[in-house]
Design a protein around this ligand. Structure first.
Ligand code: SF4
Length: 291
């Protein structure tokens, strides 16, 4: 069932301010997120825009000028503390881009490890999480939830495992799974990363804590995923469930913003997404949300 706020959220989903557009920040930005259900503060874990996927729908306009940039934990920490204070004082509506957002949507839902590339490729992932937990422990701020938004390829890296070991039960990992076959992964994510590795990483993490699966389906060259691909996608989820993976929910959605590169992918209608969701529910018994 859609939340009451979804209509407004779908209109507001474009309120995305990247660090460079937001208070002169380098690492921390704010967004109204449909899937978060309101305000999400983003930590840009990839100022270098590094990613091992090249998704057809990616919004990041990659620019060589970003090469070599890294997460400066001191800067990140200062910017996050400043933004948390603004949110807590109810002053976010005074910041450019947020004046039209209803006050109830300016309540903080989460702090997301996300950004302009793949967060698990951040060499100091563990150090960033440690600093976020230090800030969270400050009684000056309301306790916030952490969410890692990842393509799952780096979940097995030591610094990531060490960071995730510090997550509490209420924190979440949202792992991308856009394909049920290697062929479709290479088409939509434009990566040679093995699907088997992505699934193994999700399965390993989900054996220790619940994981949220995020799946974006779009039309590529005018065609959405075919029956066979949707069946295979459902089979991969079913295999995860049967292997003991704890999957809290599956989020199915399509493109809501313009891709960074003008391209050949486009939005899929809600009816198509709902059909995919229904098939996954039947096949896996999982809770599936459509956005
Ligand atoms: S995984 Fe995320 S950052 Fe990487 S290309 Fe895909 S959408 Fe862009």
């Amino acid at each position: 069932m859609k939340r009451a706020n979804d209509f407004r959220l779908s209109k507001l989903a474009r309120v995305v301010l990247y660090p460079q557009d937001f208070l002169g920040n380098q690492m921390v930005y704010a967004t109204i997120s449909q899937r978060a259900g309101g305000l999400s503060i983003g930590i840009n874990m990839a100022p270098d825009q590094k990613c091992n996927f090249d998704c057809v729908y990616c919004q990041v306009k990659r620019d060589e000028a970003h090469a070599g940039r890294h997460v400066d934990i001191k800067v990140m920490s200062r910017e996050l503390v400043q933004l948390l204070a603004i949110v807590q004082m109810g002053k976010l509506s005074e910041v450019n881009g947020f004046s039209h957002v209803p006050p109830e949507l300016l309540q903080l839902k989460d702090v997301a490890l996300s950004g302009e590339g793949e967060p698990t490729l951040c060499p100091n992932f563990h150090g960033v999480v440690q600093e976020l937990l230090r800030i969270r422990a400050n009684p000056q701020f309301h306790k916030f939830k952490l969410v890692l938004i990842t393509n799952a390829t780096g979940l097995s890296l030591k610094t990531v495992r060490d960071g995730l070991a510090l997550f509490e039960a209420t924190d979440e990992v949202w792992a991308k799974l856009d394909a049920g076959t290697q062929e479709y992964l290479e088409l939509v994510n434009r990566s040679r990363a093995p699907l088997a590795q992505v699934l193994a990483n999700i399965g390993t993490l989900a054996s220790t804590r619940p994981v949220v699966i995020q799946s974006l389906f779009c039309a590529i060259g005018g065609r959405g995923p075919d029956e066979h691909e949707i069946g295979e996608y459902g089979d991969r989820l079913r295999e995860l469930v049967l292997s003991g993976a704890q999957i809290d929910r599956v989020q199915i959605y399509s493109i809501t913003r313009d891709p960074g590169k003008p391209g050949f992918c486009s939005h899929l209608p809600l009816a198509v997404l709902s059909t995919i969701a229904r098939r996954v529910r039947v096949k896996t018994g999982l809770k599936v949300e459509v956005y």
